[in-house]
Design a protein. Sequence first.
Length: 363
Amino acid sequence: MTAAMIPPGSTIGILGAGQLGRMTALAAAELGYRTVVLTPEEDAPASHVSALTIHADYTDEAALSHLARVADVVTLEFENVPAEAVSFLEGLGKPVRPGSRVLAVAQDRVAEKDFARSVGGGTAPYEKVDTLKALIPALERIGRPSVLKTRRMGYDGKGQRIIAHRDNPVEAWDAIGGKPAILEGFVNFNREISVIVARGLDGATRAYVPVENRHREHILAESIAPAPISRELAKQAEALAARLATQLDLVGLLAVEMFVTDDGRILVNELAPRPHNSGHWTIDACMVSQFEQLVRAVCGLPLGSPERHADAVMTNLLGDDVNRWAEFLKEPDARLHLYGKTEARKGRKMGHVTRLAPRQDWR
Ligand code: AMP
């Protein structure tokens, strides 16, 4: 055992306690780890399966100190945890994986795209737009249609607005709350894919096969594994994801959302340094799931095989979809995962179903 290894029996701290934290905690338990979650939320999904929940705001220093005392390593289940929470933990000497350097890039859409370009990744044309005054000339350069997005805190299509030919840019600026933004050229993509790559403490990387993601009303509806793209394109996407993780010096998981254009180019849309909804299929269809891979990475264990033993389609259960749980249980090739949330609000991720089929290109 190397000095940096955090062995089974240790405790993993998680900032956030939603379904991603829950599935991480379950994977941690399978390898003999305990988890402690810190969340401001009452009755959070990960609390049901963790040894301890610290109920507090992310910036509560007493709560963070408590977490640092009980956890051997800390990870996070969403990238918008306040940067100061992570710096505070790091200041106490607690390893946080991924750490504040990675978050600084992933929390800011401009930094994210600058970074993607710096490692040779393609992106949509973009410009930083800090003020309404800056929007007008940027719009002239980028052209229409384009997409105005807040630089920070956007998810599931929140904080963004398309500016089409007849749209008034002032309305778009107001619609996103008049916050520092990025203006992106609208990509006429052929499909959306994502790659999840794990990177260990020793720098090793393991990527899952790219999946195709289909959205409804800006929320992920379905992931299809593998994405129906050429092997060459898949290898290119995997290599790009590994390069991004390596250049970030990230330890943990990096999900890279990409557009595939009609002429076969890959453009990076977004980076998420955490388990990702488009990787839930790996629980049922791969040797080692994205969640176990995260546990292995942050604890300094060797990464596992991301090979899939089945093809899979993962469907999110949003809002009332969850009421159909009994139907899904009857399907012989379906695996049902519920997150233990009591209130099925519209669009809320309540669970998912993964349907498996024999792998088509078994090697
Ligand atoms: P995001 O929050 O950046 O992941 O964007 C949410 C969704 O909006 C993406 O999954 C795309 O379907 C769409 N979208 C975002 N940016 C663009 C773009 N530049 N061009 C076309 N569609 C986009």
